[in-house]
Design a protein. Structure first.
Length: 484
């Protein structure tokens, strides 16, 4: 018999310990060969002063096992606590979040009986980079970061996943009609990588109408890949409309480490009552078994779970009079699944993991950084200002030098000078673009920008932030102001 695979296990808070026990009971009865290293995470750790919610030596365990089965935790109210999930994802580079959302019609109520969607969410970048600032009394800012290597990884993962699991189509959602550089890059890379996977269909939707379509006709989608924020929101929507967020499991995959969990939280009001549905964590654990090469155990346990659902043995959250046969608690549900090991569902589609990928899905060609020529052509200087915009322009215009001109002033992205609309509402910070005139073929220097900032300060204006304006092989790497 093959040797046991070391995994790190955390029982979490609220319903966490109950659903973890139930999950481990089922998979170990199915024959999972696991060497469990238990660590403490969540409320107890936060209250001991570990602001990341995890005992400090737990990272050693994760570093050695590289596989983490994690129950939900309760995040204490109040400031200063860091999200354990975000910390773990970032520390271990878990860039792909995989959430299969499948309907179990007619056994679990859903308006979408044919739904079978896998959401592949980018997990490290976008608005979740956690870079936020308050600039002025009026304005807060959060940076949205999309990188080429980060996007190549997640998009390639989505196509590799589709190929490995026999799926036909990968869809990409972005908002690149508005965010032309960030979401535009995500879409562009999607098109580049899609061209390498001729066996798989591909399509792109603008996220707003795509989300509406996903909520209305989820059966039109197969694998959907998205930047972090859209993926976070839409994977919950997808899980909910498939039947219940309580039923969805999730895998967070990195090159050297992976974390498996339920998508729901610790449901503190249901804790300790043997009520919770362990299915979300269990389905996360199924993904884990496939990941660690115990696909045959995953198949046995998953089919027994499907048979249990089909037999109408349901926890309270999915129990429905007339459809369900028996309302059970967490432990009884686990026992019912164990009793069905070796059986397959008759109406629901059974799973077959015999062709599950043997190689890691994270293999990919090395990242090649392009050799585009980067040239500094100006700066957007954000200036705290509450007086009239024309007065700001009058103050700044004479300060432009070294070939740069004051090209425009915008407020919340809308051009307000020159030729602004009197009706445009303004806040107390304006973006002032000093740039070498477009098409001149010239560039500027950091010294020239520093001298400009010094003149701005001496003139009594306060800059709160600066963004360099760069051309790449002569093409602007920055957006124009709305109305420019
Ligand atoms: P929740 O997901 O815990 O609960 C939402 C609703 O779903 C509740 O009515 C709950 O009773 C029900 N529910 C959830 N899981 C269930 C299950 N397995 N079986 C039956 N019913 C279930 O969300 P919440 O109430 O917003 O959050 C509670 C706590 O969980 C918070 O402290 C939050 O920060 C935390 N949380 C943790 C994670 C995580 O650790 N990954 C994720 C989300 C929320």
């Amino acid at each position: 018999m093959a040797s046991a695979t070391p995994i790190t296990v955390a029982y979490g808070d609220g319903i966490g310990p109950e659903i973890m026990e139930a999950t481990l009971h089922i998979i170990e009865e199915a024959g999972a060969r696991l060497e469990k290293h238990v660590i403490e995470i969540g409320e107890k750790q936060y209250l001991k002063g570990n602001m990341a919610g995890i005992e400090p030596n737990a990272f050693e365990s994760l570093r050695s096992t590289r596989v983490f089965l994690k129950a939900p935790i309760t995040t204490p109210q109040g400031g200063g606590f860091k999200s354990l999930n975000v910390t773990t994802r970032k520390a271990f580079g878990l860039y792909a979040n995989i959430r299969p959302c499948l309907s179990y019609d007619p056994f679990i109520r859903t308006k979408h009986p044919k739904m079978d969607v896998v959401i592949v969410r980018e997990n490290e970048e976008d608005l979740y980079a956690g870079i936020e600032h308050r600039h002025t009394i009026d304005v807060m800012q959060c940076l949205k970061l999309i990188s080429r290597p980060g996007t190549e990884k997640i998009v390639r993962y989505a196509f590799e996943y589709a190929r490995a699991y026999g799926r036909k189509k990968v869809t990409c959602f972005t908002k690149d009609n508005i965010m032309k550089l960030t979401d535009g890059l995500f879409h562009k890379i999607f098109d580049e990588i899609a061209a390498e996977y001729k066996d798989i269909e591909n399509e792109h939707w603008i996220v707003d109408i795509g989300a509406a379509k996903l909520a209305d006709t989820p059966e039109a989608f197969d694998v959907v890949v998205m930047p972090n924020l859209y993926g976070d929101i839409l994977s919950d929507v997808a899980a909910q409309i498939a039947g219940s967020v309580g039923l969805a499991g999730s895998a967070n995959i990195g090159d050297g480490c992976a974390m498996f969990e339920a998508i729901h939280g610790s449901a503190p009001r249901r804790a300790g009552q043997n009520l919770a549905n362990p299915s979300g964590l269990f389905l996360g654990a199924i993904q884990m078994l496939v990941h660690i090469g115990q696909a045959e155990i995953a198949e046995l346990a998953h089919n027994a779970w499907l048979k249990t659902i089909e037999d109408g043995v349901h926890t309270y959250d999915i129990f429905k009079e007339g459809v369900s046969k028996e309302k059970v608690g967490t432990k009884e549900f686990a026992k019912a699944v164990v009793a069905r090991l070796g059986k397959k569902p008759e109406i629901l589609r059974s799973v077959n993991y015999s062709n599950a990928p043997k190689r890691p899905l994270t293999t990919r060609p090395p990242y090649v950084r392009s050799s585009e020529k980067r040239e500094l052509v100006g700066a957007d200087v954000f200036i705290a200002w509450t007086d009239k915009i024309d007065a700001l322009a009058a103050k700044l215009q004479p300060l432009a030098a070294d070939g740069m001109v004051l090209e425009m002033i915008s407020n919340r992205g809308m051009k307000v000078w020159p030729d602004g609309f009197a009706e445009t509402f303004t806040v107390d910070v304006s973006r002032c673009r000093f740039a070498i005139p477009e098409g001149s073929g010239k560039s500027t220097t950091h010294d020239a920008i520093l001298a400009l900032l010094s003149r701005i300060t001496k003139a009594g204006a306060e800059f709160v932030k600066l963004e360099g304006l760069y051309n790449f092989d002569g093409k602007p790497g920055f957006s124009r102001g709305q109305g420019q």
